[in-house]
Design a protein. Structure first.
Length: 126
């Protein structure tokens, strides 16, 4: 009868996995990095540019952010259906150039023209 016996462990077995405390700390840092950085940038803007929080400037910043947000949502939808289209930003830029070039004051016609060209290019690109 042969019995397999293991030698007694003289040292405890060490795990190479990171400790749960380290994992929690890295996870917490990842969750709070963007909000903390945003607060720091906004505080720096308040200190370095005193007119940054005036209503006119905030309106301009919101309009510019809205355009990028709309493009980002559209690009996200394209990526979700697995149809990557890298020409989105070029088409948006072209549309902006068309609107600015043809605009004499506010003209709905130039916006419709830019949308028609952008839709045509989008359909052509696939």
């Amino acid at each position: 009868m042969s019995a397999t016996t293991l030698p007694p462990a003289s040292h405890p077995v060490r795990s190479t996995a990171p400790s749960p405390a380290l994992v929690r700390a890295v996870d917490l840092a990842g969750q709070w990095a963007a909000p903390v950085a945003s607060v720091i940038v906004l505080l720096a803007a308040a200190v370095l540019v005193p007119n940054f929080y005036e209503p006119g400037n905030l309106t301009t910043v919101a309009i510019q952010a809205a355009v990028l947000g709309i493009v980002a949502v559209g690009q996200m939808l394209v990526l979700l259906v697995a149809g990557p289209d890298l020409s989105v930003h070029a088409v948006v830029g072209l549309g902006a150039v068309i609107v600015i070039t043809n605009q004499q004051g506010f003209s709905a016609l130039s916006i419709v023209e830019a949308l028609a060209i952008a839709v045509g290019l989008g359909l052509g690109n696939g």
